[in-house]
Design a protein around this ligand. Structure first.
Ligand SMILES: [Zn+2]
Length: 101
């Protein structure tokens, strides 16, 4: 039996790690969230992938500077795509499990 834990409200995608799967722990996962500015209302400026099993994180900015251009391009979809690829590949290899309490 695997207990389904509620997702934190801000999680947009979750990739269960190898270590989490072995324990039946669906909270041991790489979660994707948006990093928000302090503006009101807050706006997402980056997609963050962070692993609950180990300290690994990857932050992908929604703004990209094109080489040879002063202009920043706002491309959240590309940032999401990069973060998902990182999350997927990290989750497939991460065997970290927390020390039992
Ligand atoms: Zn990890």
């Amino acid at each position: 039996m695997t207990a389904q834990t509620a997702w934190p409200e801000n999680v947009i995608a979750r990739y269960l790690t190898v270590g989490g799967s072995s324990l039946g722990r669906d909270d041991l996962a790489v979660d994707l969230t948006y990093r928000l500015t302090v503006h009101n209302p807050p706006k997402p400026f980056a997609t963050l992938a962070s692993c609950a099993g180990c300290p690994a994180t990857e932050e992908v900015s929604h703004y990209r500077t094109n080489w040879g251009s002063e202009e920043e391009e706002h491309d959240p979809e590309a940032a999401d795509a990069d973060a998902r690829i990182w999350a997927q590949s990290h989750a497939e290899t991460c065997r970290a499990i927390p020390k039992p309490a």
